[in-house]
Ligand binder design. Structure first.
Ligand code: ATP
Length: 586
């Protein structure tokens, strides 16, 4: 397949922001592609070379790209740089420069998809001394044979700035449309949720049709997308929703970890499917001695503890440790973590994700020998509100955030990758006015004034609307930042800077700076109010008005473990708003 064919699809995708239209464009193209290419197309369209959980090294420094563009096109570096300052997008710079040089440059060979893919692989794999030079040479090679339009997308993907805005769900829709019927969409989605690999799902669908997908099972080494919980404000509502009886567990406040165990080999994945193994060697060691079967996939929450008192510490203590590579040994001594296991998704070759909760729990208890460091979550089956309340108090007393209620019905399977009422979280904050935090996405910023001159005065924050796949503004955030954080924000956000509002962002406010939705930060507000200037849940509660967070404060926590589409959703904020009102009314 020619790379140019894919570029035509990218251009069509860029000229629309409608999800249905995007799905249509992709589906038609998927049908045309051969199965091997399809896998690569799926990854490339999402700005990747591999599935999410595979360490991706795309993200060549802009400087290197600009240098390569200059040398390949024979343009003065200064001119390229100036254009870059003006445009801010490596793709546009690349396209313009090669367009200008078109008359003098002859393309020697038509680019195939495979050639571009392999070149990108080699560029990302080049390491060690002389690697910069090698990367530039490899890139120059493909750019030389690229048309200006092709060069645009090569420049974007190699710098990690693809920005087509194609969400996983859109690819799933398109794959279903191309190779199956509408009714089979759930099967395709489940295959993705248990494998986290859309390319693999696409290739199998193409080769073996929907039957091939139905057979896709959980595999050790392929992280399963996390099952998520809904929220409700009281044990009464939880029990009512769960049919009068539920398993309540302590809700630990730490880092969620999925452990894939094969003999002595253990890999730990985060909620965002990153490999955390090297950050938690102590957890790996502890699991190795606690696990009594041959192979399995277990899920739990890692929580730091005070070694002197045995008390559970706030999450912030763990975040010191995340990313700290050189000094890990002392970090382990300072912040040892315990893992509280709460699920077993695979055991000795058997996929347990379709088994009910209590059966999975029995499997979990049968395969671990609890130790000081490895425990199972505190759990109690409850059918009375008073018992749930008492257990809630115990959880708070023991330093937990609250409770997680889980359905004990026969259909209480592990719903990978989805949020539903089989699990319901109940945190203490729900008892008062918005003291619960939300995780919001930075979509824009406003220039600072007075003391904040030269830095951002406030950030424009949004919730994620999962139905529409859009980001809706909910507040301007200016408090809670210390000087150091404030000073570091412009450079932190520079990578996602855009020259205009991202097509997926809905905003009535004109920000001074716009960003691609990517950074997620934790915010605590005093109240949720109705506001005509924000677009969150617009016209859903009151006509011509949205929801806004009043007096928002940054808690100090960057949610690097969450992607923009995992931020607090519009629907969640709407529920929080309604719950809050209920309380005010008594
Ligand atoms: P979410 O994970 O629902 O998107 P979040 O990351 O903000 O939201 P919370 O709303 O605080 O987290 O609660 C959900 C998280 O609680 C789970 O993702 C998991 O990491 C953690 N957790 C702690 N204890 C348990 C438990 N016993 N069972 C399941 N999850 C638990």
């Amino acid at each position: 397949m020619l790379y140019g064919e894919l570029v035509k699809v990218y251009e069509a995708l860029e000229s629309t922001s409608g999800r249905l239209e995007m799905t249509d464009i992709l589906a038609k193209f998927f049908q045309m592609a051969d199965c091997e290419s399809l896998r690569k197309i799926v990854y490339l369209t999402q700005g990747q070379l591999y599935p999410d959980f595979y360490p991706q090294k795309l993200g060549l420094a802009d400087k290197l790209l600009l240098k390569t563009i200059a040398s390949t096109s024979g343009t003065n570096e200064k001119n390229v740089h100036e254009l870059w300052l003006k445009e801010g997008d490596p793709g546009t710079v690349s396209e313009r420069i090669f367009e200008e040089k078109r008359q003098t440059t002859l393309f020697s060979e038509t680019l195939t998809l495979n050639r571009v893919y392999e070149a990108l692989q080699r560029i990302t794999e080049a390491e060690g001394s002389g690697s910069q030079h090698q990367k530039m040479r490899l890139l120059s090679d493909v750019l030389h044979d690229a048309t200006p339009r092709e060069a645009k997308y090569i420049a974007r993907i190699v710098t990690g700035k693809m920005r087509l805005g194609v969400a996983d769900m859109t690819v799933i829709d398109a794959l279903s449309q191309a190779f199956a019927t509408k009714e089979d969409r759930d099967v395709v989605e489940r295959a993705f949720n248990v494998s986290s690999d859309l390319g693999k799902v696409g290739e199998r669908l193409c080769r073996n049709g929907i039957e091939g997908i139905k057979e896709m099972k959980v595999e050790i080494g392929n992280p399963i997308r996390a099952m998520l919980a809904e929220r409700l404000p009281s044990p009464f509502e939880i029990l009512e929703r769960m049919g009068g009886r539920a398993a309540f567990e302590y809700k630990y406040d730490g880092v969620r970890v999925q452990a894939h165990i094969e003999g002595k080999e253990i890999t730990l994945f985060s909620r965002r499917l990153e490999d955390l193994t090297s950050q938690f060697p102590d957890v790996v060691k502890a699991l190795r001695s606690a696990f009594r079967s041959k192979s399995g996939i277990l899920e739990g929450e890692c929580v730091p503890v005070d070694i002197n008192t045995g008390e559970m510490l706030p999450f912030q203590e763990v975040s010191h440790r995340r990313g700290r590579k050189h000094d890990l040994t002392s970090a382990i001594e300072e912040y040892p973590v315990r893992i509280f296991l709460f699920d077993c998704l695979h055991l000795d070759g058997e996929d347990l994700t379709n088994k009910p909760l209590l059966e999975r729990r029995r499997a979990l208890e049968s395969c671990v020998q609890t130790t000081d460091e490895v425990r199972t979550s505190e759990m109690r089956i409850v059918d009375k509100i008073e018992d749930a309340d008492a257990f809630f108090q115990e959880a708070l007393r023991d330093g937990c955030e609250g409770l997680m209620a889980k359905s004990v019905a026969d259909d209480s399977v592990y719903r990978a990758g989805s949020r539903g009422f089989l699990w319901i979280k109940y945190k203490k904050e729900y008892k008062s006015e918005m003291t619960d935090t939300v995780d919001l996405v930075v979509v824009g910023a406003f220039a600072g004034r007075g003391r904040r001159k030269g830095v951002y005065g406030a950030l424009l924050m949004a919730t994620y609307n999962g139905e529409e796949d859009t980001f809706e503004t909910v507040c301007k955030l200016g408090s809670g930042f210390d000087d150091q954080t404030l000073a570091s924000l412009p450079s932190k956000l520079e990578v996602s800077r855009l020259s205009e509002k991202h097509p997926k962002v809905h905003s009535k406010l004109e920000a001074d700076f716009w960003f691609e939705p990517s950074m997620v930060i934790e915010v605590l507000g005093a109240e949720i109010t109705i506001s005509p200037i924000h677009t969150c849940a617009y016209s859903r509660i009151r006509k011509d008005a949205g929801l806004a967070i009043r007096f928002p404060r940054f808690t100090g926590r960057f949610r690097d473990d969450k992607g923009p589409r995992e931020a607090t959703t519009t629907a969640e904020l709407e529920t929080m708003y309604k719950n809050q009102l209920k309380k005010v009314d008594g």
